[in-house]
Write a protein that binds this ligand. Structure first.
Ligand SMILES: Cc1cn([C@H]2C[C@H](O)[C@@H](COP(=O)(O)OP(=O)(O)O[C@H]3O[C@H](C)C(=O)[C@H](O)[C@H]3O)O2)c(=O)[nH]c1=O
Length: 176
């Protein structure tokens, strides 16, 4: 899909553990990723099966995101909301983990969310627009028209009240 980018950075391991440069404006630009980030976010989720999303910010403060996992494993998902896109309504899903040290770049025009695959997952992500509550929008995690194949616990996901009642794709205005 045109848009999201899976980022793999070098990891230097030794007897103490490992070191990585997780972000470099110069090296990312050399790969065509020139987004300027203005805010860092962090969330920690205790229960496995915590599902945060799907979220995005509409104009005038849209956000591209660079997501990575500091501890644990998550299934990270981006849904294409760009009306003119040939992949409108389709999604990408990738397992991000502290162990793999991989990251997902989610461009403006995508809803983003993740579901934790084990307890005590810490997620850090850069965003290219400041938090703007009035622009904070969402998409239903279980929208049948999108059909995301989440890995969920038997009792279902742990959701915020907000995420338990997000609109379906067919009810969203043309934000992008
Ligand atoms: C996003 C955000 C939230 N907040 C405050 C607002 C609430 O009082 C509290 C929790 O917010 P929320 O329930 O929206 O947090 P998440 O469900 O983790 O939302 C995030 O999860 C998914 C995965 C995303 O991609 C978004 O970046 C983001 O929306 O933090 C702030 O003060 N600044 C912020 O940038």
């Amino acid at each position: 899909m045109d848009g999201p980018i899976l980022v793999e950075t070098r990891r230097f391991g030794d007897a103490r553990g490992a070191f990585s440069e997780t972000y470099s404006a110069r090296d990312f630009a050399a790969c065509g990723l020139t987004t300027e980030f203005v805010q860092d976010n962090f969330s920690i989720s205790q229960p496995a099966g915590t599902l945060r999303g799907l979220h995005f910010q509409s104009q005038p403060e849209p956000q591209a995101k660079l997501v990575r996992v500091l501890s644990g494993r998550v299934l990270d998902v981006a849904v294409d909301l760009r009306r003119a896109s040939p992949t409108y309504g389709q999604y990408v899903a990738v397992e991000l983990s502290a162990e793999a040290g991989n990251q997902l770049y989610v461009p403006v025009g995508f809803a983003h969310g993740f579901c934790t695959l084990e307890p005590d997952c810490a997620v850090a992500y850069k965003v290219s627009g400041y938090y703007a509550p009035a622009s904070d929008k969402g998409l239903a995690w279980d929208d049948p028209d999108v059909g995301i194949r989440w890995t969920l616990p038997a009792g279902g996901p742990v959701l915020s009240d907000k995420d338990s009642r997000q609109p379906r794709l067919r009810d969203l205005p043309d934000y992008f």
